[in-house]
Design a protein around this ligand. Structure first.
Ligand code: NAP
Length: 229
């Protein structure tokens, strides 16, 4: 009797998840659906099916797995997206569906890197001096705290233009995504006369360009470490 095709749910939102969907689709005989939280207005197109929006916690995800006959879940979410990863563990246990986790290794400090490693956003917001010109490479939901530093100028990169004004007194907004291309990132940092970069240790190739650019420009990088599990 021929075996039924696999029905794989990828929890996505990362470059690695997109590649995984494309690779699995290429292999054929597999149904692939990528779930996105719906944080970005115009997500890049993905191979296979796409589902947008939360599941409604552990029980919602478990119910979805059962109703869609999902045979495997792959968690390829961002390493700082903790809630969905925890939900996936519990929902897969409840629905008795195997779970594979793709966790990007963090970036490691290289010779020439000038990292100031901090554990929290609060510590990051205190890690640069008065008068600094700070490039914030953080998601929209993580930047408000920095607005208290009215003594600094911020350049904030966002995937989508903000729908409401940001609470900053001195800030420029750059709409765009992080790039692997360090030359483009270097030009951006130089163009805004940046003195400090703030980022989380996301790992991965797709957003490493800014780290190389900061190394070459000898800029301090306020690096927010991964949360301890
Ligand atoms: P989170 O705090 O772990 O998730 C919050 C809630 O959003 C989850 O409980 C879930 O809602 C929903 N959700 C998250 N990821 C989902 C997905 N892939 N598919 C469907 N629902 C999802 O996550 P977050 O930090 O807000 O990140 C949201 C998504 O953006 C993640 O998928 C992640 O891969 C991507 N992303 C995150 C970052 C980051 O810095 N955190 C950076 C780049 C991309 P329900 O409980 O209702 O299911």
């Amino acid at each position: 009797m021929p075996s039924l095709p696999e029905r794989i749910l990828i929890l996505g939102g990362t470059a690695e998840a997109s590649k995984l969907a494309a690779d699995l689709m290429e292999q054929g005989e597999t149904f692939v659906i990528t779930a996105l939280a719906g944080r970005t207005e115009y997500p890049a197109s993905l191979a296979g099916d796409v589902r947008i929006g939360g599941f409604g916690g552990v029980d919602g995800l478990a119910a979805y797995l059962r109703s869609q006959g999902i045979t495997r879940v792959i968690d390829a979410t961002h390493p700082f997206a903790r809630q969905i990863s925890a939900n996936a563990v519990e929902a897969c246990r409840k629905a008795e569906v195997p779970l594979t986790v793709h966790l990007r290794p963090p970036w490691l400090q290289q010779p020439g890197d000038r990292w100031i490693i901090v554990e929290t956003l609060e510590a990051a917001a205190k890690a640069f001096p008065e008068g600094a010109r700070v490039f914030l490479a953080l998601g929209r939901q993580y930047i408000d705290l920095f607005a208290q530093r009215t003594d600094c100028h911020f350049v904030i990169r966002m995937v989508d233009a903000p729908s409401t004004p940001l609470p900053f007194t001195h800030a420029d907004i750059v709409v765009g995504k992080a790039a692997a291309d360090w030359e483009a990132e270097k030009a951006l940092l130089e163009g805004h006369a940046i003195t400090h970069l703030v980022t989380r240790n996301s790992g991965g190739e797709a957003s490493y360009g800014k780290i190389i650019a900061a190394r070459i420009l000898e800029l301090p990088v306020v690096m927010i470490a991964r949360p301890i599990a």
